[in-house]
Design a protein around this ligand. Structure first.
Ligand code: FAD
Length: 480
């Protein structure tokens, strides 16, 4: 009995339920990964995220080989092509069982259904495991057996479940006996992926985002040990290393959420799951990640371009291309917004507080369609993750679950004073403002001739924009 593990957003050799199950139950296990570049292009996947995937695959191939599992990397173009490709691989190689870890987005669910059906024709079962989330989406329902629509009660149940089934080290030491009987002849040598011109992977990139399992776990553990206790205090300050920066790894599945929580518990014991422990707040963020997947699973319309609160699909956002371009280019005249957008373009990364600030400014000051920004973020972020990104944008636009009420609008200047008081972050990404004092830097147009120093005037006025947005929402809701 020969098993095939189909890897997707679970690029890890350990803490991987599909692999662990296959290894325990089959003598021969092999793995396959499809590079679906054309499909990724339809999702605007950023080139830095693609680079991260390729680098991770190169290391994963070696790590799986240590478990005697051969990883075939195959060009798969669009999802549509995958059912036939998998069927061929199974028939050519005498595969009897296929295993994978579930993905909850709409397209991925349709893809998996098509694969399941085609494999059924040749009597091969496709078995799915659930370790993309720490708690499986169907395990948390309210008293009416309906899915929760807000985070707080969901989180309470999530924590109970996590305490009941504390993640333990999985049995991942057993090796498979053999690999594929016959290698798929269209397997891509990983070196060729890493050497393409469009995929220039700089040394800096590899230093910032190392991709062996050992390096990734070390990075996470260093955060848990050194920084997690002070996380509640530091996590909102972009100029300090206060957060873990593990999101890129979680987004490609190089880390699993169970692994994160396991290491927290290993370090601090169950105390870490009580609110007075610093690590509790971090674990809560892991729960937010689960929650947005949960929402996607139970309310599939959110992964089809629609707002969670469906009535908002008729809300009139302003399709102002000029404002959109200024926001992307870091030329809004609000330094905290512009510095954050410059950092995003240059590094593929943005701190959570800054994501909230730029998103609020985008949705509430500029009233631009959140879907444009959702796409743009995906095209830039190294941790671009469909569910978390969609959840973050819907929240910021006040159209999602837990929607920030429309009338609660961040003032970018006071946010800047509060979270970057000395302007350290701003100065890194807007060097033309370097000479300004801590007092001046948050509103430079009030203190100097901004155009003369190579900066810009604010594209909108704060108070007027806020008033207009409130009126727009109020009018819309009154007319429902
Ligand atoms: P930490 O603070 O160390 O948190 C640990 C982990 O918890 C993160 O790695 C992440 O997996 C999860 N997490 C933390 N905050 C959130 C959150 N608000 N929602 C969901 N999960 C969370 N996160 C992504 O992973 N990919 C995205 O594409 C993405 N887009 C976003 C867009 C907007 C508009 C907003 C407001 C937030 C978005 N987030 C996204 C959530 C959050 O900003 C990032 O997860 C976080 O900044 C990652 O940094 P970290 O790993 O240092 O997080």
């Amino acid at each position: 009995m020969s098993a095939l593990v189909w890897l997707r957003t679970d690029l890890r050799s350990k803490w991987n339920s599909a692999i662990d199950y296959a290894v325990v139950n089959h003598d021969s296990v092999t793995a396959v990964y499809f590079i679906t570049k054309e499909q990724w292009d339809t999702y605007n996947l950023s080139s830095c995220k693609v680079a991260l995937i390729y680098q991770r695959l190169a290391n994963l191939q070696k790590e799986l080989a240590e478990r005697n599992i051969e990883l075939q990397i195959i060009e798969g173009s669009l999802y549509q092509a995958l059912p036939e490709r998998l069927k061929d691989i199974c028939t050519t190689n005498g595969v009897t069982h296929v295993y994978c870890n579930a993905e909850y987005e709409w397209d991925e669910r349709q893809r998996d259904l098509a694969v399941k059906n085609i494999l059924k024709e040749i009597n091969i079962p496709l078995a799915m495991f659930h370790d993309t989330c720490l708690v499986k989406p169907t395990e948390i329902m309210n008293l009416k057996n309906e899915p929760y629509k807000v985070f707080t009660p969901y989180f309470k149940r999530w924590l109970d479940k996590t305490l009941q089934q504390l993640p333990g080290v999985p049995d991942n030491h057993k090796a498979s006996d053999t690999g594929l009987r016959k290698s798929a002849n269209d397997s891509i040598p990983i070196d060729s992926l890493l050497k393409t011109d469009e995929m220039e992977i700089s040394e800096q990139f590899s230093t910032n985002w190392p991709t062996t399992a050992a390096q990734i776990t070390k990075k996470m553990n260093a955060f848990i040990i050194e920084f997690a206790p002070a996380y509640p205090k530091n996590r909102d300050i972009p100029s300090v290393e206060g957060t873990s920066k593990v999101s890129p790894y979680l987004s490609i599945g190089a880390l699993s959420p169970a692994q994160c929580v396991f290491h927290v518990l290993q370090e601090y014991g169950d105390d870490a799951l009580s609110p007075d422990h610093g690590a509790y707040t971090w674990v809560k963020e892991i729960a937010w990640r689960d929650f947005y997947r949960y929402v996607m699973y139970h309310f599939p319309h959110v992964s089809r371009g629609l707002p969670f609160q469906k009535y908002y699909q008729h809300f009139k956002w302003e399709s102002n291309q000029h404002h959109f371009d200024a926001w992307k280019a870091g030329k809004t005249g609000y330094p905290i917004v512009d510095a954050a957008m410059n950092a995003l373009r240059e590094t593929g990364w943005m701190h959570n507080r800054l994501r909230m600030i730029v998103a609020s400014f985008y949705c509430k000051h500029l009233l631009l369609p959140w879907q444009w920004a959702e796409d743009y973020f995906m095209s830039q972020l190294i941790d671009g993750d469909y569910a978390s990104n969609n959840g973050g944008w819907q929240w910021s636009a006040s159209v999602g679950t837990d929607a920030a009420p429309y009338f609660r609008i961040f003032n970018p200047t006071t946010q800047s004073e509060r979270f970057d008081p000395k302007g350290e972050f701003i100065k890194t990404w807007l060097p033309q403002l370097e000479h300004l004092s801590a007092k001046q830097i948050h509103e430079p147009s009030k203190h100097c001739d901004v155009q003369r120093i190579g900066y810009v005037l604010p594209i909108v006025e704060h108070k007027a924009s806020v008033m207009r947005t409130k009126e727009q929402f109020k009018g819309f809701l009154a007319a429902l």
